[in-house]
Design a protein around this ligand. Sequence first.
Ligand SMILES: [Mg+2]
Length: 321
Amino acid sequence: MSGLDEAGVIELIACGELPRSDILLGIGDDAAVLQPPPGKLMVLAVDTLNEGVHFPKDIEPRDLGHRAVAVNLSDLAAMGATPAWALLSLSMPTAEADWVSGFAEGARRLARRHDVAIVGGDTVRGPLSVCVQVVGFVDPGRFLARGNAKPGDSVFVTGHPGDASAGLAVLQSGGGDNRLTDRFLRPQPRTDIGRAIAGVASAAIDISDGLVTDLGRLAAASGVRLVVELRDLPLSEALVDLMGAGRALEHALGGGDDYELCFTVEPGRVPALDHMAADWDCGITRIGYVEVGEGVVLLRDGKPCPDTSVQTWQHFPKASS
Ligand SMILES: [Mg+2]
């Protein structure tokens, strides 16, 4: 392994950069020069991941690169936007070529899968930390937000919430790679689904901090109450097998890092959603409905249940050390 200077790091990150015709100048100049598509709205998101807070210390560089891009793409998916460009800032104590090339490959591979080009970056010496900014586009009037859910709408979620936080628990207890750890280490942003539901959903959010916490944000932004029926939560077989039904439910409700989409749909648009969803591998599940009120109410077989077992996710808790 050899140490790299800043130019060496940037060269590794730039290598194999996806050519997009809207990039007039990409990595290598003082700044990128880009041509936004005419008539579209720009949608921007930025996220910083710090070692020991947002990812475990011994994470593989490739997984960290993937994750840093994934969490940002997930935010754009929740807006119904099509991602296009990303900027990447990397702080690290030493710049080892093997580490940087693994990181760059993880970031680039996921970016390319979503037709996103890394158009610029920065690197500094310091504690391990990654900051990614993404830019995407959406047609005017077609972006999703948290604030438009209406009483009577249904609440849907993609995939299987809880798998990622259970995967983190497996990693923290020294377990090896499996389907659950894969969901934590390599979350798959729901870009295509976000884009597809932009004309159908009334409100949307991505689940980063836990289903109940993020549903609470959507409820607050919309000024409504979300009612969730626990028996309808799509617990994965892998999650229930590993944790048992009770703890599986806690992970699904309170675990973070899922990067699934949660969204509301008015009754008249549910058939259109069902039609589209037939093509989505991760699946979607109706988990509840919207009513007048505030907050999130959990039902067990139709009856309100106290959510005392639900712990909201607090940015990578103590167990990380
Ligand atoms: Mg988000």
